[in-house]
Write a protein that binds this ligand. Sequence first.
Ligand SMILES: Cc1cc2nc3c(=O)[nH]c(=O)nc-3n(C[C@H](O)[C@H](O)[C@H](O)COP(=O)(O)OP(=O)(O)OC[C@H]3O[C@@H](n4cnc5c(N)ncnc54)[C@H](O)[C@@H]3O)c2cc1C
Length: 486
Amino acid sequence: MPPAPPPVTDVLLIGGGPAALALAAALAPQGLSVRVVAPHPPRTPAPTYGAWLDDLPAWAQGCAAQVWSDVRVYTGPAPTPLLRPYGLLDNARLLRALLDRTGDALTWTVGQVRGAQREGDAWTVHGAGGEHWPARVVVDASGHAPALRRPQHPGGAALQTAYGVVGRFARPPCAPGSMVWMDYRTPHGPEGDATFLYAMHLGGDRYFVEETSLIARPAPSRAWLRARLAARLAAQGTPLAHTETEEWVAFPMNAAAPAPSGPLAYGAAGGLVHPISGFQVAGALNMAPQVAGALAGALRAGADPHAAGWAALWSPERRAARAVHLLGVQALLNLPPQALPAFFGAFFALPPAQWRAFLAPDTPAGPLARTMLRLFAALPGRVRLPLARAALAQPGTSVQALAASLKGPSGPSHPQAGWARHPGPMTNPDHADHTIRRHEDTDQHEVIEDGMQGATGSTDANGLDQGADLAEKVRELRENLGGGPE
Ligand SMILES: Cc1cc2nc3c(=O)[nH]c(=O)nc-3n(C[C@H](O)[C@H](O)[C@H](O)COP(=O)(O)OP(=O)(O)OC[C@H]3O[C@@H](n4cnc5c(N)ncnc54)[C@H](O)[C@@H]3O)c2cc1C
């Protein structure tokens, strides 16, 4: 007798990465049954996942392996302190926390999804081994090369690539105690693509160092990035003494909003990678409850759950914001490599609320477009010209971005309140100081004090707990800014 078909699951999630599990954990409290189909049993993700601490939901902040308050960028010889704590996730702890939250609602099936078919309101998902799994809702969360969905990348996929190493160093490759979000200095010579160092002090003589190409089409290769990292470390007199682990990063950054039809797409499969930073994990953790609520609500009401999930993810505001971000991508792709440090120098000289909002996954199109226009006005001429060319080369996107900027702050069409991560002044540049300072004129200490002033909500403008001893943080940061290999 053939085996009985498996019972109908409420939601079948394709993939066992952070996006699928974030959604599984949010679906369980809705009383829905969940099946994850992935080629592997539950396993700790390998990548070094980093996130701004204040971008993570409160429960996930407890999954940070390490948090840095000294976070800096170098777009010239001197560091710019970002005054926003940054965390490295403990992936094993994150996995445990997500599985604990799903509890008994989750069935984990090891398998490889090959296709899915819809008959009326029911779906059957097909496995490579001939399996059939019936489900009421299908979510493709199978990563950057999705099992069912075909993401669109306007003009072709533009990739983020990086080569990183966790290792031991006789001399610190970045300031001890610090996290370097972006170091565009080129001790190894400026030739070729502009890449930057992303680095974290992990304690003692352990560091994570990664040579990163933010976005490029075509993208630099692993071998080239590896050689460049070695050259950088050698030139600054801090060669790697011992390699513990290596990581290779390569994924598309410029996905358009997916179409509303078919299975719902989530995580990297659903275009949720931030087109400017490449971040996705914090966004997937944050958005999951809202998407789960939409799916559960539609199932209860007898409405189309896939349409409801898509609408929760891709409101008109969010689609317009994606168009603005894609314009930003086009601009970055058009910039000559040597102009990137000046571009990011001007970017991080913007009032903190503005650059943070630009990097947030959920900022509406209006503030995004206005930030872009302010940034454009602040850029040196040699950077502004290629940017203008980029905008003119994309008339459709430019018009949308401009229209969005003229519309002003979002009205009632903006998604539910829970969508906005940083209410009030933190995401609304209209409340912020609009003066754009040239990076060269910025006094680092002034920036520190400045950032400390706009305290709102339960964390201040730097993302620090209000209870934190700010004087001590400033002291710690000043001391640390004097350190490092330079
Ligand atoms: C090395 C690296 C470092 C990164 N660092 C960061 C970072 O610091 N911060 C950040 O926010 N983002 C980072 N990203 C970007 C992005 O957040 C990650 O790629 C993230 O893992 C995407 O999560 P996901 O769950 O959508 O997809 P994945 O993590 O790629 O998970 C996809 C899952 O689907 C499964 N799968 C694939 N095909 C099938 C199939 N046919 N059937 C069933 N299952 C399938 C896979 O086995 C896997 O379980 C990084 C990416 C890489 C590659």
